[in-house]
Write a protein that binds this ligand. Structure first.
Ligand code: PLP
Length: 416
């Protein structure tokens, strides 16, 4: 840090402020987490200096003998962690991973089924402005209007009518466990490939808290920075028979040189995710989410689907006469970071929807448990039901700052 501080104080100051924000507030964005200091060290290392186009043993640059070791370890650990036949650890992000699989498995114009963005899907599952929606004929499936669970009758009907080349399972805002076996049955019936994007719940799969898509899917993609708690990046797992085309469509299909420093961070993360500590963390993420969900519902805040099975929940804030935009801003004032989110069958607009999405991974990583979740739930309810009471928000903020002192973020723990 000393080099940066003296050479570029403007950037250093913003980074310091961000470090303080991460320490002093409650990070409850469901897709965020705190990496370990070891992951940070790998990601901020000399490996950033190295070009390594190609794959281990088959590079287009000299001097790759050490990064070959790193990438091979990352591949082997990813396979071991998830019980997969093959892995590509080079995608720079979850979106890159999805795009490479589409290019490997589909022709432009092919029909694909994906979860509606407005009902919990991701941009890369066929949103019109995304490359997925521009190159392929994505048809959206959704959730049941009454119970907000994936509507498998509708998915099977759509699959029979549309005869898709691929079905994409996985979500960004779905609070329930995803039954991969049911997707696999439908895909098999209509002769479609199955891709599961487990970006949100990969850490729960790794820790045994969510069923694994690996036995069911032709391709599994994920980000590595959400529940999995690694560096900001992507990963593809697949059957051996698909590896050649997957590799070709990551490099040179959609990317140039791999980010070897980030691949090192991923390798460290995969090893961490095989430990008993990580299993305990995964269990606590889900337990914390249940306690928080119960606390919010008992206080009178309705949740989409009436609860959660995983690391996140969607709160319908119209119950306290708010929109998602104001709710996000109020909680920000209180020191709680969340994001506004559409809820199924939302009648409001994406820029001010009816819901907020709340997740427990980051607080769990800090060591918080059910007692803290009950306090956090009470603060969320108090804040949202008094949206214009700025002195209340300030006093919640102070209490949160105090609480956070007892739960240092991992980087702070290292410095201490
Ligand atoms: N897939 C899902 C289900 C996601 O939730 C996300 C990110 O939020 C992505 C893919 C994309 O990941 P990235 O932001 O790394 O491109």
């Amino acid at each position: 840090m000393n080099f940066l501080q003296s050479q570029d104080p403007e950037i250093w100051k913003a980074m310091e402020a961000e470090a303080t924000r991460q320490q002093d507030g409650l990070e409850m964005i469901a897709s965020e987490n705190y990496t370990s200091p070891a992951v940070m060290e790998a990601a901020g290392s000399v490996l950033t200096n190295k070009y390594a186009e190609g794959y281990p043993g088959r590079r287009y640059y000299g001097g790759c003998e050490h990064v070959d070791v790193v990438e091979t370890l990352a591949i082997e650990r990813a396979k071991q962690l998830f019980g997969a036949e093959a892995a590509n650890v080079q995608p720079h992000s979850g979106s890159q991973a999805n795009t490479a699989v589409y290019l490997a498995a589909l022709e432009v114009g092919d029909t694909v089924l994906g979860l509606d963005l407005a009902q919990g899907g991701h941009l890369t599952h066929g949103m019109k402005l995304n490359i997925s929606g521009r190159l392929y004929n994505f048809q959206s499936y959704g959730v049941d209007a009454k119970n907000h669970r994936l509507d498998f009758d509708q998915i099977a009907k759509l699959a029979r009518e549309q005869k898709p080349k691929m079905i994409v399972a996985g979500a960004s805002a779905y609070p329930r466990e995803i039954p991969h076996d049911r997707f696999a049955e439908i895909a098999e019936e209509v002769g479609a490939k199955l891709m599961v994007d487990m970006a949100h719940y990969a850490g729960l799969v790794a820790s045994g808290q969510h069923n694994s898509p690996v036995p069911y899917a032709d391709y599994v993609t994920t980000t590595t920075h959400k529940t999995l708690r690694g560096p900001r990046s992507g990963l593809i797992l697949c059957k051996q028979e698909h590896l050649k085309l997957v590799n070709r469509n990551v490099f040179p299909g959609t990317q140039g040189g791999p980010l070897m420093h980030v691949i090192a961070g991923k390798a460290v993360c995969f090893a961490e995710a095989m430990t008993d500590d990580f299993k305990a963390y995964g269990k606590a993420v889900v337990e914390n989410a249940k306690v928080l969900a119960d606390t919010l519902m008992q206080a009178g805040l309705p949740l989409v689907s009436g609860g959660t099975d995983n690391h996140l929940m969607l709160v319908d804030v119209t119950a306290v006469d708010l929109g998602g935009k104001k709710a996000e801003a109020v909680l920000d004032q209180c020191g709680i970071t969340v994001n506004m989110n559409m809820i199924p069958f939302d009648t409001r607009k994406p820029m001010d929807p009816s819901g907020i999405r709340i997740g427990t991974p980051a607080l769990t990583t800090r060591g918080m448990g059910s007692d803290e979740m009950k306090r956090v739930g009470a603060w969320i309810y108090q804040g949202l039901s008094n949206p214009d009471d700025t002195s209340l928000h300030e006093s919640i903020r102070n209490e949160i700052r105090e609480l956070c002192k007892s739960f240092p973020v991992p980087a702070e723990r290292q410095l201490a």
